[in-house]
Design a protein around this ligand. Structure first.
Ligand SMILES: Cc1cc2nc3c(=O)[nH]c(=O)nc-3n(C[C@H](O)[C@H](O)[C@H](O)COP(=O)(O)OP(=O)(O)OC[C@H]3O[C@@H](n4cnc5c(N)ncnc54)[C@H](O)[C@@H]3O)c2cc1C
Length: 474
């Protein structure tokens, strides 16, 4: 089959998932028309017209492919020739054991790679309804901030309301406004990680009185209210800082403000009571973001309260935090095993709108949707990845692995999910290698289990990709 005889696959949305899907299709020799509405129409969170823009944190989280599920999915994506991972690796900034990127350089690299690909046409337009039948195969990857007209059309087709929950973003500071005579550089437990130095974070220390005053200010601070969304639940991984503070005075000290593994370089014998960590946000190192400080405090309150943090008394904010709505489908009910809408199999969904959560997971589901659509366009069979791989475990959660609980039946029990080892099938008995001549000590067994799951996942993924290889034009 020549490229000319293959009908193009339409992709709506040039975010993390849509960009990766387009790349995978083109790599398999299938033409693509990628429809992206920015800059003609924006969203509440995107700031640029770049493809694959990161709307909040600049972190792709852990890059440890031996003991962390997100590190494993990174590795699987690299094996599958992911554009998102290639652009992330090329634009990494130091972040201890995490893979963090210069957000502008990253998005620029993705945009340029897609624009340079002869099989991809980028069309800047908002799609306001479901694709017409003459489009043929289409992937909808419009994300958590899908424009309202298309969202309404999807709801009408599926007969289900898209689910909604609150999502919040954290502020970003100008580095030169941070007082380094109070703060110091250090990664927690001095962890160096693949791309770091052990001194990747800026740490702001608090004593007990400062911490208590800060918690009180967070709770009393003036917040934005969203009456129309009242009753909408928060996604637990992205709770606003003031909501965490309201859960109890110690919650933050055991969460984003935990002092463990950090020593105040200016006062070596004084253990901080709590620590606020800042993570490098761009390659130049001129911006740092506040780790775990998603917030719905009003803008004026954010500057006032965050300047109570020692070292941030004169902080200048490049971006303040905010709150957004997230929408996603009841995928286990609506999508088949290769992400097609059961009622209209010419339409696939990809990315966060399917109910995965996170940049990496959205891109991974985009990668799979691209490969499934490519196989169909080429007239070849492609089985879903095995559930023991990270790809398969995540896909399985979306398309069927999730169980509807008796306590909370119906679509609300399906919640967006980051990749985690809990989504993987259990190991076979005997799969964990015991230390020679002795029992496991402490956390050794849990680590050995993760190591075994990671090894099993990568081997299964490599095999799946090998089986799929004859059809690929890579
Ligand atoms: C406010 C907020 C903060 C988040 N913070 C993080 C975080 O810190 N870390 C993390 O891992 N994940 C975060 N997420 C979750 C998620 O990982 C990201 O939203 C991710 O970008 C999702 O990828 P996606 O490809 O599904 O959607 P997106 O990357 O949002 O891409 C969707 C694209 O579709 C376009 N589009 C929408 N409607 C239309 C239309 N009708 N026609 C044409 N184009 C359209 C949009 O302009 C956009 O470019 C956050 C989400 C939100 C909303």
């Amino acid at each position: 089959m020549t490229h000319n005889s293959i009908s193009p696959v339409h992709i709506i949305g040039g975010g993390l998932a849509g960009s990766e899907a387009a790349w995978q299709l083109a790599r398999h020799g299938v033409p693509v028309i990628l429809h992206e509405m920015r800059p003609l129409r924006g969203t509440d969170a995107h700031k640029t017209d770049g493809l694959a823009e990161l709307v909040c944190s600049n972190s792709f989280r852990s890059d440890d492919a031996t003991a962390n599920a997100v590190g494993v999915i990174h590795a699987e994506m690299r094996l599958a020739g992911s554009l998102i991972m290639r652009a992330a690796d090329a634009n990494q900034v130091p972040a201890g054991g995490a893979l963090a990127v210069d957000r502008e350089a990253f998005s620029d690299a993705v945009t340029k790679a897609l624009a340079a690909e002869p099989l991809i046409t980028i069309s800047r337009e908002e799609i306001t309804g479901l694709p017409p039948a003459d489009w043929g195969r289409t992937i909808i990857a419009t994300g958590p901030l899908t424009a309202p007209d298309l969202a309404a059309a999807i709801s009408a087709e599926t007969g289900e309301e898209a689910l909604a929950f609150f999502d919040a973003i954290a502020p970003i500071l100008h580095t030169d406004s941070i007082d380094m005579s109070t703060c110091w550089f250090q990664s927690r437990y001095d962890k160096i990680g693949p791309g770091g130095t052990g001194k990747d974070y800026i740490n702001c220390p608090m004593d007990k009185a400062q911490y208590e005053a800060f918690i009180a200010a967070l709770i009393a601070g003036d917040k934005t209210t969203f009456h129309e969304w009242e009753g909408t639940p928060y996604f637990d991984g992205c709770l606003p800082i003031e909501v965490m503070a309201e859960r109890g005075p110690e919650t933050l000290r055991h969460g984003p403000m935990k002092p463990m593994g950090l020593t105040n370089a200016h006062k070596l014998d004084e253990k901080p009571y709590a620590v606020v960590q800042l993570r490098q946000d761009n390659a130049l190192g001129t911006l740092y973001n506040m780790v775990g400080f998603q917030t719905k405090l009003r803008y004026g309150e954010q500057t006032r309260i965050f300047r109570m943090i020692p070292g941030l008394e004169n902080a200048e904010f490049a971006r303040l935090g905010g709150l957004h709505r997230n929408t996603y489908l009841n995928s286990p009910l609506l999508l088949d095993a290769t992400l097609r809408l059961k009622s209209r199999p010419d339409i696939r969904f990809a990315g966060q709108i399917t109910g995965c959560e996170g940049y990496v997971e959205s891109a991974a589901i985009g990668l799979l949707a691209g490969r499934f659509a490519a196989a169909e366009a080429l007239g070849v069979k492609l089985a879903p990845p095995p559930p023991i791989s990270a790809f398969g475990a995540l896909l399985n959660h979306i398309t069927g692995g999730h169980l509807v609980s008796d306590d909370e039946p119906g679509k609300r029990s399906f919640q967006p999910m980051n990749i985690n080892f809990g989504l993987f099938p259990p190991l076979d008995p005997g799969a964990i290698e015991k230390p020679e001549g002795r029992r496991f000590r402490g956390k050794e067994k849990a680590l050995a289990k993760k190591n075994a799951m990671a090894r099993r996942a990568l081997a299964a993924c490599a095999e799946w990709l090998e089986e799929a290889r004859p059809q690929a034009a890579e």
